[in-house]
Design a binder for this molecule. Structure first.
Ligand code: 5MY
Ligand code: ATP
Length: 503
């Protein structure tokens, strides 16, 4: 890729989140992740090109020096900052505009700085060995997988119902989503296969921004944000079926239910594997067993849990993410007074901002500060700053996404780690009881540092979510009480269109 000869016709809109827009190259396995600004700032960019460059470099540093050590470097692709011709970026923005979901158009793509983050395209992994099928990539934004056990938690409900499940009520009440998702992160992070399968079924039923499937780099299944479109499970089954049929002459005998079951099982295997673990846990104590057993809002049958509890492999992607999330030891309610201590100190001594690394640099010293934070509060600003650092790192882990890439393996291949497939680390799925085997690769994306100044918003959001949940008594708004379509029942009938009822 020659940066001075960029051609916008070789790039297409790929997706976006709240703060970045991603375009992918039509041939090379590369994406560019560009910053976004509030639409009202489109005439006056809120930062200079140098500041934008620094912001993206901070993302690279935070990912490679901090998150990589905590999560396992083999999961992480930090990328590099690139400088792009301004005319190329302007044309790109025009091309992307008509594909952007309306819900995201309150922000505009940064066309002023000419800076972007260049990353491998994780939905279109390079395969050095030819395969007959296109890679299937599943993106999951798992969110927070534990219940807080901090003594600072003032509302009992927070120790019983997880943040995601409570937040769903607020999101539906505010019209962000039309229907509540019945996915519960505690089920996904449980390590119990049945609970994990249940969680993934809920993600398929109501993906929101937590679940997407890509085939050969194209998104084939996701929630159409803010749209009334039905999710078409028939079409998904049609796409998945060739990957989960065993021998050419059996295709017609494989039910939709079996295809979905196998797909979910392979995905669970990849999530449970130690694949790509690497690293050393970054010195963060393994607290995975604590405070995360069961969310009272989960629809998973509690009786079944009693008979089948398992622990996550400590090198699995889920365990690494959970351990990092659990650096939030105080909960926002216990953290906020420490944030205020730092804030007060900075008002009195503004130059201390740099010594305390409030806005970075995100280097080894930053990592060491949060890893060596004493257990007890000694009243110092250093302690408070280290706890805020820990909380911000935990926030990133609560908001990141997992990308699982699956490629069917030829049966005759040896069941070994297969490093030959690409620069990503590929492993074989040993768990499936029947063919076809898959090679898979697991990555983590969206590892941006969360700003120091976002802490007060976190407290307000926490209060809003809890009060909405308590106000509604955890009850659903009337319109969302209609029975959920059961994807398995639908798949069995081979009538798999998930029809969403208008609110
Ligand atoms: O606060 P949450 O839990 O709602 O998370 C926000 C996400 O909302 P979600 O609930 O996942 O739909 C939100 O995602 P969406 O915009 O809703 O897709 C962002 O990821 C946001 O991060 P940032 O402020 O852009 O860095 C996330 O904000 P942070 O709290 O991580 O800063
Ligand atoms: N390296 C990558 N390869 C392939 N697709 C990617 C890559 N990075 C991001 N994407 C796609 O682009 C989407 C938006 O990217 P990302 O989640 O990083 O944006 P964001 O604005 O930081 O999100 P958030 O709303 O969480 O702040 C992702 O959901 C994913 O589908």
């Amino acid at each position: 890729m020659e940066l001075d000869k960029m051609d916008e016709n070789e790039w297409k809109y790929h997706g976006e989140g709240n703060k970045s827009l991603v375009v992918s190259h039509v041939q090379l396995p590369r994406v560019l992740r560009l910053l976004k600004y509030p639409a009202e700032d489109c005439e006056n960019p809120p930062q200079t090109p140098e500041q934008a460059f620094r912001q993206i470099q901070n993302v690279v540093d935070f990912s490679s020096n901090v998150m990589s050590s905590l999560l396992g470097e083999k999961f992480i692709h930090s990328g590099e900052v690139v400088k792009l011709p301004l005319e190329f970026v302007r044309q790109l923005s025009i091309r992307a505009q008509h594909q952007r979901p309306a819900m995201r158009c309150d922000k505009v793509m940064d066309i002023y700085s000419g800076c972007a983050l260049c990353l491998p395209n994780l939905t279109s992994p390079t395969l050095h060995q030819p395969t007959h099928s296109l890679p299937l990539c599943i993106e999951i934004k798992p969110k927070c997988g534990f219940l807080p056990s901090s003594k600072h938690v003032s509302k009992d409900i927070k120790t019983k119902v997880c943040r995601f499940c409570m937040h769903q009520h607020d999101k539906v009440a505010r019209g962000k989503w039309k229907r509540r998702s019945l996915y519960c992160p505690l089920d996904l992070f449980s390590g119990n296969r049945q609970r994990m399968q249940f969680a993934i079924r809920q993600l398929i039923e109501e993906p929101q921004n937590n679940f997407k499937i890509f085939k050969g780099g194209q998104c084939i299944y996701s929630s159409k944000e803010g749209s009334d479109d039905s999710l078409d499970l028939n079409s998904l089954l049609h796409q998945l079926r060739p990957y989960f049929t065993y021998g050419n002459n059996r295709i017609s005998h494989v039910t939709g239910k079996a295809v979905l079951n196998d797909f979910i099982q392979v995905l669970v295997n990849a999530l449970l594997s130690g694949g790509g673990g690497g690293g050393h846990g970054g010195g963060v104590a393994d607290r995975c067993g604590e405070g995360r057993s069961f969310c009272e809002a989960s629809l998973f049958n509690k009786e079944r849990i009693r008979h089948g509890s398992q622990d996550l492999n400590s090198n699995s992607v889920l365990s690494r993410i959970l351990q990092t999330q659990m650096l939030d030891t105080l909960n926002i309610e216990g953290l906020h007074p420490l944030y205020r201590r730092v804030e007060q100190h900075l008002q009195d001594f503004p130059k201390e901002r740099s010594r305390l690394q409030v806005d970075g640099p995100y280097n080894e010293a930053f990592l060491e500060t949060l890893q060596k934070c004493p257990a007890e509060d000694d009243g110092s600003v250093e302690y408070a700053a280290a706890k805020v650092h820990q909380y911000r790192v935990a926030m990133t882990a609560k908001d990141c996404s997992i990308m699982v890439a699956l490629v069917p393996s030829p049966e005759e291949e040896e069941e070994d780690d297969d490093e030959g497939l690409s620069s990503q680390r590929w492993l074989r799925d040993f768990h499936s009881t029947r063919p076809p085997a898959f090679s898979y690769s697991v990555s983590i994306l969206d590892l941006d540092p969360k700003p120091f100044d976002s802490i007060p918003c976190q407290l307000r959001l926490d209060q809003r979510i809890v009060s909405c949940y308590l106000r509604t008594g955890g009850a659903l708004p009337k319109a969302s009480l209609q029975p959920l379509p059961d994807i398995y029942a639908a798949a069995e009938r081979d009538d798999c269109t998930l029809l969403f009822h208008p609110v």
